[in-house]
Write a protein that binds this ligand. Structure first.
Ligand code: KG4
Ligand code: ZN
Length: 352
C-alpha cells in the first residue's frame, strides 16, 4: 500500500489530493476567480495565484487525509500539457517536496489523468465512506472507449489498459470546450462559459435555431465551423434587432449546445460501431455538461451501451486524477528525476 500525493496546476485550478493506492482520502481545490473579468485565463495571474495557493492546498489535503509529509510514498504532479508558468509552480513544488521527503517524483500527463479519473475509488474495500462525499464509481473493464472533452482537447480513445491508449479520432481545429467558451463569450457570458451555456440551455428550445454541422470523415471532429456559423448568425440577427441576443439567450445557448453534442455523439456512435466495443466513458471538463450526460444515458438505453459518467468533481481539473495515474505508474516503478521539466503542448500519448 502507498500514500500518493497528487498535484495539479496546469491551468487555473490549484489542486492537491491524497490517495491510499486508488482510494481517495482528500481532494482539495482552489479555483481562481481573478480571470473572470478578463474573459479568459491570464497566464501571469494564474502562476501567481498557484504560487499563493499551493502550500495551503497541499497542507489541507494532507490534513484531511490524516497523514504527515513523512508518510508520502510518491509525489505525482502534472507535467503537461498546460500553461508553462502554471506547470512550473506544481513541478517545482513537487521537486522541493521530493528532495525534502525522499519520496520519488512521478510525472503525469494531464490528459491521462482525465481518462483515469474513472479508476479513483471513493469507498474503501470494507464499504466505509472516506468522507469525500463522492458516491461510489463503477470502473470500466478494458478495453473501453473514452470521449475526452476538455478546454484544450477533444478525442475518442480506445483504452486497452490504464496506461495504454489508442487515439481513434480527434479535433482538427478547436476543442469542444473552446467552442462552448467562445460561443458563451459572444452571448456576453463570463469565462469559462461552458457552465453558463449549460445552465441557460435548460430553459431554452434547442430546435429554435440551427447551426452548421461539419462533415468530417472518420472519427475526427471539427468545431471551428460551428463557431463561425454562430458568430455570423448572431451578427446578422443583431443588426436587424439590437435586442436579439438578450431576448433569445436561452434558445441560443440551447441551440449551440445541441449542435456541439450532436457532433460529439455522431462520432461516438460511429466509434462503437467500428470497434464493436460498447463500453463508453466520458472524461474532461465538458463531461460536466448536463445535456451531454443526458444524451449519453439516452443513447446507452437505445443502443445497449454500458456507460461510465464521472462524478462532477472528477470532470474538471483535479489532483485526484493525477494521483491515481501516479499510482499506476508507481506500480511499474516509473519515477522521474529532478531534471524533469514541464511540457506545455503534448497530446495524449500512450504511456507504453
Ligand atoms: O478539463 P478542464 O477543466 O480543463 C482542461 O483540461 O481544459 O475543462 C475545461 C473546459 C472549459 O472549456 C469549460 O467551459 C468546460 O470544460 N466546461 C463545461 C462545463 N463545465 C466545464 N462545458 C460545458 N458544460 C459544462 N457544464
Ligand atoms: Zn483538464
Amino acid at each position: 500500500m502507498a500514500y500518493i500525493l497528487g498535484i495539479e496546476s496546469s491551468c487555473d485550478d490549484t489542486s492537491a489530493a491524497v490517495l491510499h493506492d486508488t482510494l481517495l482520502l482528500s481532494n482539495v481545490m482552489a479555483s481562481q476567480d481573478v480571470h473572470k473579468k478578463y474573459g479568459g485565463v491570464v497566464p501571469e495571474l494564474a502562476s501567481r495565484a498557484h504560487q499563493q495557493n499551493i502550500v495551503p492546498v497541499v497542507s489541507q489535503a494532507l490534513e484531511i487525509a490524516g497523514i504527515g509529509v513523512g508518510d508520502i510514498d510518491a509525489i505525482a504532479f502534472t507535467r503537461g500539457p498546460g500553461l508553462l508558468g502554471s506547470l512550473l509552480v506544481g513541478t517545482s513544488f513537487a521537486k522541493g517536496l521530493s528532495l525534502a521527503t525522499k519520496a520519488p517524483l512521478i510525472e503525469v500527463n494531464h490528459l491521462t489523468g482525465h481518462v483515469l479519473s474513472h479508476f479513483i475509488d471513493t469507498v474503501s474495500a470494507n464499504g466505509a465512506e472516506t468522507g469525500t462525499g463522492i458516491v461510489r464509481v463503477r470502473k470500466p473493464e478494458f478495453p473501453f472507449l473514452c470521449l475526452l472533452v476538455s478546454g484544450g482537447h477533444t478525442q475518442i480513445l480506445k483504452v486497452n489498459a490504464p496506461l495504454w491508449f489508442e487515439i481513434l479520432g480527434q479535433t482538427i481545429d478547436d476543442a469542444v470546450g473552446e467552442a462552448f467558451d467562445k460561443g458563451a463569450k459572444l452571448l456576453g457570458l463570463e469565462y469559462p462559459g461552458g457552465p453558463h451555456i449549460d445552465r441557460l440551455a435548460r430553459e431554452g428550445d434547442p430546435q429554435r435555431f440551427a447551426f452548421a454541422r461539419p462533415h468530417i470523415n472518420g472519427l475526427d471532429f471539427s468545431f471551428s465551423g460551428v463557431k463561425t456559423s454562430f458568430l455570423y448568425f448572431l451578427r446578422d440577427r443583431q443588426a436587424e434587432d439590437p435586442h436579439f441576443i438578450a431576448d433569445n439567450k436561452a434558445h441560443l445557448a440551447a441551440g449551440l449546445q445541441e449542435t456541439l453534442i450532436d457532433i460529439l455523439m455522431e462520432k461516438v456512435i460511429r466509434a462503437v460501431k467500428s470497434t464493436g466495443i460498447n463500453r463508453v466513458a466520458l472524461a474532461g471538463g465538458v463531461s460536466a455538461n448536463s445535456g451531454l450526460r443526458n444524451r449519453m444515458v439516452m443513447e446507452a438505453k437505445k443502443r445497449h451501451w454500458d456507460i461510465f459518467i464521472p462524478p462532477l468533481s472528477f470532470t474538471t481539473d483535479n489532483a485526484a486524477m493525477i494521483a491515481v495515474t501516479g499510482y499506476y505508474k508507481w506500480l511499474e516503478g516509473r519515477t522521474a528525476g529532478l531534471d524533469i521539466v514541464p511540457v506545455t503542448r503534448s497530446s495524449l500519448m500512450s504511456e507504453r
